[in-house]
Design a binder for this molecule. Sequence first.
Ligand code: COA
Length: 207
Amino acid sequence: MELRAKIFIYINNSSEKMVCKQLTLIKLIIYLILYNEELSTQKMVIKKVGDYIIRRCVKEDLDQVISINLTSLPEHYSNYFYEELLENAPEAFLVVEINNKIVGYVMGRIEFGFSHTKFGFAKKGHIVSIAVLEEHRRKGLGLALMEEAVKGFIQRGCKEIFLEVRVSNIPAIHLYKKLGFVITSRHERYYSDGEAAYQMSLFITNK
Ligand SMILES: CC(C)(COP(=O)(O)OP(=O)(O)OC[C@H]1O[C@@H](n2cnc3c(N)ncnc32)[C@H](O)[C@@H]1OP(=O)(O)O)[C@@H](O)C(=O)NCCC(=O)NCCS
């Protein structure tokens, strides 16, 4: 009897261990599936423009994004600010890449503030910055980045999208007008060097 009991306990123990191992394995598989899914949605191709790929930005891209900002614009931001925007509105933080190199980006954030069209508050998408490396310009990349960022803000329920642009930045003003943005106000001495900014807005209708 004693021996039988021992065998029973042994079998029971070893099957418990087996169950534990199997559970750990299942947990590992579930984790890998979820992790892979997260990676693939983050790196999901949103649009192709010729050989260029437009996709959502991920944290690992930020160094390249910051470097493009430094070479393309006088307005720079802290690393923390980029991370904050990526958390706030990943749908509107997009990069364009070719041969695994990022050559442009657009980023923005969601804000609540006074509506430009109606009395009261509105959920608004704010395009904070966009740039395409000089050698890749005039290929439709700026336009594609903006179109997809606008879609991202709409997905998040924004009814208005706005941005500031230097009054002298003709390429950018043309780009925004092409997308339907209109000048809603002018802010004198908006930039640190004293230049004025236009505020331009795009109003989303439910048509
Ligand atoms: C603004 C910028 C992002 C445009 O990017 P891009 O990839 O060259 O733009 P696209 O090729 O998609 O052009 C789309 C439209 O923008 C306008 N545009 C772009 N470059 C232009 C230029 N040099 N002159 C006039 N219009 C221009 C045109 O309307 C163009 O449409 P079209 O080609 O049918 O004429 C790019 O010039 C850039 O990175 N500039 C430096 C950073 C900057 O100023 N960012 C904006 C800060 S508010």
